[in-house]
Design a protein around this ligand. Structure first.
Ligand SMILES: Cc1cc2nc3c(=O)[nH]c(=O)nc-3n(C[C@H](O)[C@H](O)[C@H](O)COP(=O)(O)O)c2cc1C
Length: 177
């Protein structure tokens, strides 16, 4: 058991929860939904926050950052799951630039884990957001191959997650101790 690390996550359709569970198993630590975070986090040397990407934003990160600090979290590590493949390096770099301040990018180890899309488990707002995106791109006259790929990607459910993708994050957490 690793009592020094705790993993807290937000998950709507299960991908982030699955990765958090795999990570907890691998490290022998606890994974809990953020909503069930202990009142005091100062006993942990590392607090990991995981969530999905949502229109380029790490869902819940701004609130989580405040909450975790107010509960005494010391070192933070962040991971985000999404529908993009790990190879989309430029887009992933943009995500970190838009979600973490330069100081945070230096201080907080951060990882992207490709996951997928589960349309069946989405709520109404999310479904509506995907429909609006499809509509906006669908009506473009000169669609680029990228536009078409994006349209295809959001029109179906798929799972490109794999337990092996937690390894770089697990190695970082082992090193932090
Ligand atoms: C409305 C909406 C917006 C999304 N935006 C992004 C995005 O900007 N980048 C990305 O890679 N994935 C995006 N996704 C896909 C989710 O991030 C992905 O399915 C995630 O792994 C879901 O995590 P969860 O199962 O833990 O909720 C989006 C999904 C929805 C429904």
């Amino acid at each position: 058991m690793n009592p020094n690390t705790i993993i807290l996550y937000n998950s709507k359709t299960g991908f982030t929860q699955k990765y958090a569970g795999l990570l907890a198993e691998e490290l022998g630590c606890t994974a809990l939904p953020l909503s069930a975070a202990p009142a005091g986090l100062s006993e942990f040397s590392t607090v990991v926050f995981g969530s999905r990407l949502h229109a380029g934003v790490i869902d819940g990160w701004k609130k989580a950052r405040k909450l975790l600090r107010s509960r005494g979290a010391k070192r933070l590590v962040v991971f985000a799951t999404g529908a993009m493949p790990n190879e989309a390096e430029d887009k992933i770099r943009q995500v970190w630039e838009q979600n973490l301040t330069p100081a945070e990018r230096d201080a907080i180890p951060h990882f992207y884990l490709q996951a997928g899309l589960c349309r069946e488990k989405l709520g109404g707002v999310d479904k509506a957001m995907l429909s609006v995106a499809s509509w906006a791109i669908g009506r473009k006259k000169d669609k680029t191959p990228e536009d078409q790929a994006f349209l295809d990607a959001i029109s179906r459910s798929y799972d490109i997650s794999d337990p092996k993708y937690i390894q770089p994050l697990a190695a970082c957490l082992r090193e932090l101790g």
